[in-house]
Design a binder for this molecule. Structure first.
Ligand code: ACO
Length: 431
């Protein structure tokens, strides 16, 4: 209930409590319950925080009903024509589009920091060859703290930009080295002449006697994949980064923790599940119709991966763009992928099925991203790593926003206890 003075009224045991209602620039208003426990002795129950705004943020706006996504106010569709991931990273982190000088400075910082310390590089030799790249990524991002201890505590903008550049630059090198180790191929050092995405592709796919040649379409497509993953307000991995950062943990530790959250199949790991699902259909392991049936069966944990979203009740705008980019890249590469046809068929079946219509389940970013990454040449086990490279500026931006907020407090939710009441300890011979 809300009265004209923007207060919500709560009546508990006949007693009346007024709660302020706060509003952002756009999006739903929020009832401020920060003093509720103090004043009324009750807490709120919102498992998985599905209806709780955990912070004020100026970074990203989503309207899930209408399928709108904006970075610092700019609709993501406006980044499609000349996709430049480095520019978007700076925009997200520092709050406005960089001017030419700022973009050049940041690009130079990225180039200056693309190498890994030899000690860090040596660690790759100790890891099992078939180690999951997301485990390597998280561990190595955390280990950056050992080699860049000057950034364990960051108090000024210059240090912050330098730390952000180290993370955003080195994440590519870490990702590419983990892939090369997996393939038993020599590490390829970054090439300072190459732009961000071209350099990553070079480290992934060049061989010592043959440089990988990137086409503009593929470079643009990868820029776009990273841009479309760059931030998504308070999702699971970003919330993880913020929670860790709320304890004043450093930016490397916070981003490493976020990678672990992203790894899960309900989050960034879904892009792997999507392609495995499509491959299974292609190999004849199930039909598209059976796949839809399984996804609807409540006794089966299987889901239609790449479908549904906590916030979007409409077509995910990122999926819409990626679907179009898939068509363009496949045409340019003069390639066909049967998985793309299967994905289109699954989408058509799902979008005309009452189960998905009633629940308003649409393709999310993961539905087409794997197919596109596959076309560029990435193996399945690198898909979620690519998501992480894209999301890193978002985690850094959110970490910074919280870090410089004078009102930051350590995140410490409450619970409704459902265990035993006070119980007597029994010595072992009486149990
Ligand atoms: N397949 C089948 N059923 C689904 C799916 C799906 N992909 N997604 C949601 N549902 C069902 C739920 O079981 C629920 O059914 P019910 O009302 O009968 O119990 C109903 O739709 C509503 O679900 P939500 O409350 O919207 O789902 P929730 O917010 O808990 O989860 C999630 C969102 C995890 C993304 C879910 O849709 C899902 O598991 N999707 C598949 C995995 C996936 O693609 N993850 C990537 C998400 S995007 C990202 O992280 C980048």
């Amino acid at each position: 209930m809300s009265d004209k003075s923007d207060k919500a009224v709560l009546i508990i045991d006949g007693k009346r409590y007024e709660l302020p209602i706060i509003a952002g620039t756009e999006g739903p208003r929020a009832i401020d319950i920060t003093r509720l426990y103090e004043t009324a002795g009750v807490t709120t129950f919102d498992p998985s925080l599905a209806n709780t705004a955990v912070c004020r943020s100026e970074i990203t706006f989503i309207d899930g009903e209408q399928g709108i996504l904006r970075y610092r106010g700019i609709p993501i569709e406006q980044f499609v024509d000349k996709p430049n991931f480095v520019e978007v990273a700076w925009l997200l982190i520092f709050g406005r589009l960089p001017n030419r000088e700022e973009l050049t400075r940041f690009s130079e910082l990225l180039t200056a920091n693309e190498l890994l310390h030899e000690g860090l590089k040596a660690q790759f030799q100790q890891i099992p060859v078939d180690a999951p790249p997301m485990a390597i990524l998280s561990a190595t991002l955390n280990n950056l703290a050992c080699y860049h201890q000057q950034f364990l505590s960051i108090e000024d903008e210059e240090s912050f930009e330098a730390a952000a550049a180290r993370l955003i630059s080195k994440v590519r090198t870490i990702a590419a080295f983990s892939y090369r180790r997996f393939c038993g191929l020599p590490f390829i050092y970054p090439d300072p002449k190459l732009r961000y995405c071209a350099n990553f592709l070079h480290m992934m796919f060049s061989i010592p006697y043959q440089q990988y040649v990137v086409t503009p379409e593929v470079e643009d497509a990868l820029n776009l994949v990273f841009i479309l993953h760059a931030d998504h307000e308070q999702n699971c991995s970003t919330t993880t980064a913020r929670i860790v950062g709320s304890a004043r943990a450093n930016v490397f530790a916070s981003c490493a923790a976020a990678v672990c959250a992203l790894w899960g199949p309900l989050h960034g790991g879904a892009n792997v599940e999507v392609v495995e699902m499509l491959e299974r259909i292609h190999a004849g392991g199930m039909t598209a119709e059976e796949c839809i049936r399984m996804a609807k069966d409540k006794t089966n944990p299987f889901r239609l991966y790449g479908f549904g979203h906590r916030i979007y009740r409409n077509y995910d705008p990122r999926a819409k763009i990626l679907k179009e980019v898939c068509d363009r890249v496949f045409a340019k590469l003069q390639r066909k992928d049967p998985l793309l046809d299967i994905a289109r068929k699954l989408e058509e079946l799902a979008l005309s099925d009452p189960y998905f219509i009633e629940r308003r389940l649409y393709p999310n970013v993961d539905f087409y991203s794997g197919i596109l990454l596959r076309a560029i040449g990435f193996p399945t086990n690198m898909f979620t790593v690519c998501f992480a490279i894209g999301r890193l500026p978002g985690w850094i931006a959110q970490w910074r926003e919280q870090h410089i907020d004078p009102n930051n407090r350590i995140v410490r939710p409450r619970q409704v206890y459902t265990g035993l009441p006070e119980t007597k300890y029994l010595p072992i011979d009486q149990r």
